[in-house]
Write a protein that binds this ligand. Structure first.
Ligand SMILES: [Fe+2]
Ligand SMILES: [Fe+2]
Length: 350
């Protein structure tokens, strides 16, 4: 099986949909002063320092034997793709957080990023253990050197990373709750670990919420509200397209992808009211049709690329234009305006 899946190459590839590695202006981030949120900050850091999940990411008796060879090949391919993409996303966080910790001089920032890097290293390592059992572990050391890094200025890191942490929480807890009700659909033991796991992601998101609260301009200025709206649209629609490419995987879990994605958006949007002044209207009549149009355009882009030649080139250009228009359509759906509460901190409640 190892030959069929070059997971390191899969993880290294840069595409529109693959998780990326990020770099930023670490000096600017190092200058953040957490004084305005000191009381909440200290509480969060104390909780991270106590490391409630220290012993969690280890295989124990709950880790049943996995029949990789007996798994339906289509499901196996999609599940490996899911694990590789999750592992890359977790490791991407680890690399970014570790770099901030390494370069920083600000004691508050260094301490936070140290704990977050610790958690993400565990998460990535645990997924990679599951891949190793299938004989297809990702070479994470190689990935650090070979993968392309995307530069984001710090405020974009806050928006994107806050969202990806909270969406990560919502994704993990929604699958966990679903399998709690339908244990017969749990086709791999890793899902049993998702509850404690998602609490780590929740705390990471809390940290970014506090960081954004240190500077009101980040969430209140006119331009930044448009950026937040942009990131919400980009992150949600990317998730939609990525999930809809894994039909067998979601069938095996007994999860309807449309329902699952909307549920994750709903939870993420409720949580994000803690800090974002705008919320996407995911019940708007143009929302789902827009996502479907975007998904179809991305599939056509893919097919055209595979076809190649001049026909493929033209097909790719027109499909790209359609994807861009679908995205613009989603972006322009009127948003709901929110006033974030004075008290920013939340506890996981789903
Ligand atoms: Fe994580
Ligand atoms: Fe995280």
């Amino acid at each position: 099986m190892a030959d069929a899946f070059d997971t390191t190459a899969m993880a290294t590839e840069t595409t529109l949909l693959n998780p990326r590695f990020y770099t930023t202006d670490f000096d600017e981030m190092d200058r953040i002063d957490v004084t305005p949120v000191r009381a909440e900050w200290d509480k969060l850091i104390a909780q991270m320092k106590s490391d409630p999940n220290r012993g969690h990411f280890k295989k124990n008796a709950d880790w049943d034997t996995v029949d990789w060879q007996g798994m339906d090949p289509a499901l196996r391919a999609e599940f490996i793709d899911f694990l590789v993409s999750s592992c890359t996303a977790e490791f991407s966080g680890c690399v970014l957080y570790k770099e901030m910790k390494r370069r920083g001089t600000n004691a508050d920032i260094c301490e936070l990023f140290n704990y977050m890097a610790r958690d993400e290293a565990r998460h990535a390592g645990f997924i990679n253990d599951a891949l190793r059992e299938a004989g297809v572990a990702v070479n994470l050391g190689f990935l650090t050197k070979a993968k392309k890094y995307t530069y984001f200025r710090p405020k974009f890191i806050y928006y994107a990373t806050y969202l990806s942490e909270k969406i990560g929480y919502a994704r993990y807890i929604t699958i966990y709750r679903h399998l709690e009700a339908h244990p017969e659909q749990r086709f791999h033991p890793i899902f049993k670990w998702f509850r404690e796991w998602c609490n780590d992601e929740f705390s990471h998101g809390e940290a970014f919420a506090l960081l954004m609260r240190t500077d009101p301009k980040l969430t209140q200025s006119f331009a930044n509200k448009l950026w937040i709206r942009f990131f919400l649209t980009a992150v949600y629609s990317t998730m939609w397209v990525r999930d809809h490419a894994r039909v067998d995987f979601h069938n095996a879990l007994g999860v309807d992808i449309d329902w699952y994605d909307q549920e994750v958006f709903r939870k993420t949007s409720i949580i994000a009211r803690q800090v974002f002044p705008v919320e996407l209207d995911i019940d708007h009549p143009r929302w789902l049709p827009g996502l479907r149009r975007m998904d179809q355009a991305m599939r056509d882009m893919d097919a055209a690329k595979r076809k190649g030649g001049i026909g493929g080139w033209i097909g790719h250009k027109t499909a790209t234009l359609r994807a861009a228009l679908a995205f613009a359509g989603l972006y322009l759906i009127p948003v709901k305006h929110m006033t974030p509460p004075a008290d920013v901190r939340l506890e996981p409640s789903f």
